[in-house]
Design a protein around this ligand. Structure first.
Ligand SMILES: Cc1cc2nc3c(=O)[nH]c(=O)nc-3n(C[C@H](O)[C@H](O)[C@H](O)COP(=O)(O)OP(=O)(O)OC[C@H]3O[C@@H](n4cnc5c(N)ncnc54)[C@H](O)[C@@H]3O)c2cc1C
Length: 393
């Protein structure tokens, strides 16, 4: 129904992709974010080919690649010394992942949204909703910190884990999950890009290493929850020492000459706990982390946010005008991926699956393609593979 008004709270990957998709359907969209852009947010930034294709369809990829040099990368997993590496089965011609920092990606998304006519209100905070969100009193707009009201037919919460929209509606988290790992990460200059996003996995430590954009490189150290406890002054030597423990994966001569160009970024285990929230009701809906969070170990948050936004925009524009099917669609997409993310967000107990992926190319391809959502996790660790690999352990 063209000409209707939407307010979106949050303008990063969920908010901007929803804004673009709604604007293309003819909606008048106002997007409010307390942050100004460009600005960064915590992430390891993996974007798999299915989402690269979505960025292309939304017009964001063009903007991103016009502004930045973003290398395309294959995917390498080394588990207990057993290595498999390769690309992905192409999705609309894209067979590699990318990993631009959010300061680059989110800005490209915001820029693209503004270019298709979205009204951006940045550096402004939503503090209240108009309407309680019941069928008698649907949500009908938002109130900004200064008291200004913006009225709309729909209000969308794309406002992240601590969603104000969900909070004001009293929507609780459900179905919690937690992993076993915590991250210390930082961006570097001077680490050569070997063309792969690599994770070197041991039973109590994991190093991830990949190129971001414009010659910047991300090095992430995964440890147990205790690993990230302490002040940044205490954690920095721990992080630097960790990087020296992986000489086969990380060129130590390059590391010695490289420069750390960001602060040390701390992602405690508690930040990576999963949940669902009821995603829609009268006059309101949630997209992105506000409605569902899974472990970042499978790098699905950005892609999920964009898929949800496209689904919701198509729904409210006619296919599912009250979003009554949105919750089931969300649960269906997450059924296998949610626990799979927490399996990758825990330390492996056995080398056998890595041996399997290192020796059976079709199995390694299935594993990579589960990250780009071309196969379900149950097709990766099939009964046959589990019996074969684990019975020879
Ligand atoms: C350590 C870590 C690593 C990760 N790595 C990956 C990865 O490799 N790949 C991947 O796909 N995902 C990854 N994720 C997940 C990914 O970062 C999130 O899923 C993604 O950021 C969700 O986007 P969003 O737009 O929903 O929320 P956010 O990015 O959190 O954006 C929410 C926006 O809402 C704004 N906002 C909030 N409240 C208000 C308010 N009241 N008024 C106005 N504005 C408001 C905020 O300022 C913010 O800009 C990672 C997450 C973590 C924690």
């Amino acid at each position: 129904m063209p000409g209707r008004d939407a307010v979106i709270v949050g303008a990063r990957c969920a908010g901007s992709s929803l804004a673009i998709a709604l604007a293309r359907e003819g909606w008048n969209v106002t997007m409010v974010d307390r942050d100004e852009f460009p600005s960064d947010t915590i992430s390891t930034n993996l974007i798999f080919p299915n989402t690269v294709s979505r960025l292309d369809q939304l017009g964001v990829l063009d903007t991103l690649l016009t502004n930045h040099d973003v290398p395309s990368l294959g995917f390498r997993i080394i588990g207990f010394g057993h290595e498999c590496a390769g690309g992905f089965t192409p999705v609309d011609g894209f067979d590699k992942l990318i990993s631009p920092r959010r300061i680059a990606l989110d800005n490209a998304m915001v820029e693209t949204a503004l270019a298709v006519g979205v009204n951006g209100r940045f550096g402004e905070r939503v503090v209240e909703l108009i309407g309680s969100g019941t069928s008698e009193d649907p949500v009908a707009g938002v109130v900004l910190e200064g008291g200004e009201e913006i009225r709309a037919d729909w209000v969308f919460g794309a406002d992240g884990r601590a969603s104000t929209v969900a909070g004001k509606l009293g929507i609780e988290k459900s179905n919690p999950m937690r992993g076993e790992v915590a991250y210390l990460l930082a961006f570097w200059r001077g680490i050569p890009n070997d063309g792969y996003a690599t994770s070197d996995i041991r039973d109590d430590a994991i190093l991830s290493s990949w190129a971001a954009e414009d010659g910047v490189h991300l090095l992430t150290a995964w440890g147990d929850p205790e690993f990230t406890r302490g002040s940044k002054d205490e954690l920095l030597p721990k992080y630097l020492d960790f990087l020296k423990q992986f000489p086969e994966t990380l060129d130590q001569a390059a590391l010695a000459n490289a420069e750390m160009v960001s602060d040390l970024i701390v992602a405690p285990e508690t930040l990576m706990r999963g949940y669902f929230r009821q995603p829609a009701g009268p006059g309101w809906a949630l997209v992105g982390d506000s409605c569902h969070f899974k472990h970042p170990g499978t790098g699905q948050g950005i892609g999920d946010a964009i898929e949800q936004s496209i689904h919701v925009a198509e729904g409210v524009s006619g296919k599912d005008p009250y979003l009554s099917g949105y919750g089931d669609w969300l649960n269906g997409r997450s059924l296998q991926q949610y626990p799979w993310s927490y399996a990758w967000g825990s330390f492996p107990k056995s080398a056998q699956q890595f041996v399997g992926w290192a020796t059976e190319e079709d199995a390694a391809q299935d594993m990579r393609d589960s990250f780009s959502r071309q196969v379900e996790p149950s097709q990766v660790l099939t009964k046959d593979r589990i019996e074969r690999w684990f019975s020879t352990a």
